[in-house]
Design a protein around this ligand. Structure first.
Ligand code: APR
Length: 260
C-alpha cells in the first residue's frame, strides 16, 4: 500500500516529467467492470481460454467466439472510464503533460476518458471487418445480436471479425511503431495494469532511454518489477487520483509550482 511519502515522491516524479508514455493493460479497466485475463477472476480462469482469441479457431468456428464473448462484448461497449482512466487524461489536460498511451486494451476507455494520443496495439472492439469483402461496421450497430451471442455477418454473407489482434495475427504496425517511438522519447514511462506476459507489447517499456524512470502499478507482481525504479502493487484507480491530488497541492500558490 502506498504511503504518504510514496504519494509525495510520485507527485514529484510526475510533476518533473514533460513527456510521459504509458503502457496500459486489462488491469486499467477492471474497476470499470471489465474482467482482466489472467488474475484469479480473469477471463482465462473463468469463462474461457486464450483459445477463443485464436485466429485459426475463429476462422473455423466463429460461433464459439460470439457465443462466449458476445455478451461480454456488449458490456465492454457500454463500460465507462474509471478514476484511473480519468487521472491519466488529466495528466495532459490539467498538468500539460505530453502523454502518450500505448494500450493493450480494446475497450476504448482511455479515449472515452478524454485521452487524445492512444495507440491501440491490440486493436479495438469498436469496429468489425468482413472476412470476405473487407467492409467495416461499427460494433454498436449489433448490440442485440451481440447480447444473444449470434455470429455477426455482413450482407455479402461474410463473417464479421472484431478489429482486435487475435493470437496468431500481426499487431497493427503503425500503432506499435508509434508506441516504440513514444517510449524512446519519454522522460517518464508508466506501466499500468498489465502482467507483461504477451509479446511484443510487453517489450515496449524496454525501448525507453537509459536513465528514463520506469514506474509500475499492478495489483500483483509483474515480469518487469525488478527493472522498475518504483513498483506499487496497488489499484490504479485508487493510487493515481491521490498522486494528482498531491500534484495539485504542490501547485498551490506559495509552493513550488508544478511544471505547466
Ligand atoms: N489496478 C492495478 N492492477 C490491476 C487491477 C487494478 N485495478 N486489476 C487487475 N490488475 C492487474 C492484475 O493483477 C494483472 O496482473 O492487471 C494485470 C492484468 O494482466 P492480464 O490479465 O494478463 O492482462 P494484460 O496484461 O492486459 O494481457 C495482455 O493478453 O490475452 C491477451 O490481448 C490480450 O491485451 C491482452 C494481453
Amino acid at each position: 500500500m502506498a504511503t504518504e511519502h510514496d504519494i509525495n515522491k510520485l507527485a514529484a516524479l510526475f510533476a518533473g516529467a514533460r513527456r510521459i508514455t504509458c503502457l496500459s493493460g486489462a488491469g486499467m479497466s477492471t474497476e470499470s467492470g471489465i474482467p482482466d485475463y489472467r488474475s484469479s477472476k480473469g477471463l482465462y480462469n473463468t469463462l474461457t481460454s486464450e483459445q477463443v482469441f485464436d485466429i485459426a479457431r475463429f476462422r473455423r468456428k466463429p460461433e464459439l467466439f460470439y457465443s462466449v464473448i458476445g455478451p461480454l462484448y456488449l458490456s465492454i461497449l457500454k463500460a465507462q472510464p474509471n478514476a484511473g482512466h480519468v487521472a491519466l487524461a488529466q495528466l495532459a489536460d490539467r498538468f500539460g503533460k505530453e502523454l502518450v498511451i500505448a494500450t493493450q486494451n480494446i475497450d476504448g476507455l482511455h479515449q472515452k476518458a478524454g485521452s487524445r494520443v492512444v495507440h491501440e496495439v491490440h486493436g479495438t472492439m469498436d469496429t468489425l471487418s468482413c472476412q470476405d469483402c473487407g467492409s467495416q461496421a461499427l460494433a454498436k450497430s449489433f448490440l442485440n445480436e451481440l447480447g444473444k451471442g449470434e455470429v455477426l455477418r455482413h450482407r455479402c454473407g461474410g463473417v464479421f471479425k472484431p478489429d482486435i489482434t487475435f493470437f496468431g495475427e500481426q499487431l497493427p504496425a503503425a500503432a506499435f511503431s508509434a508506441s516504440l517511438d513514444a517510449m524512446a522519447d519519454a522522460d517518464l514511462v508508466l506501466v499500468l495494469g498489465t502482467s507483461l506476459q504477451v509479446y511484443p507489447a510487453a517489450s515496449l517499456p524496454d525501448a525507453r532511454r537509459d536513465g528514463c524512470p520506469l514506474l509500475i502499478v499492478n495489483r500483483t507482481p509483474t515480469a518487469m518489477d525488478d527493472k522498475a525504479d518504483m513498483v506499487f502493487h496497488d489499484s490504479i484507480g485508487e493510487l493515481l487520483p491521490q498522486v494528482l491530488a498531491q500534484m495539485d497541492h504542490g501547485a498551490q500558490p506559495g509552493s513550488q509550482r508544478g511544471q505547466r
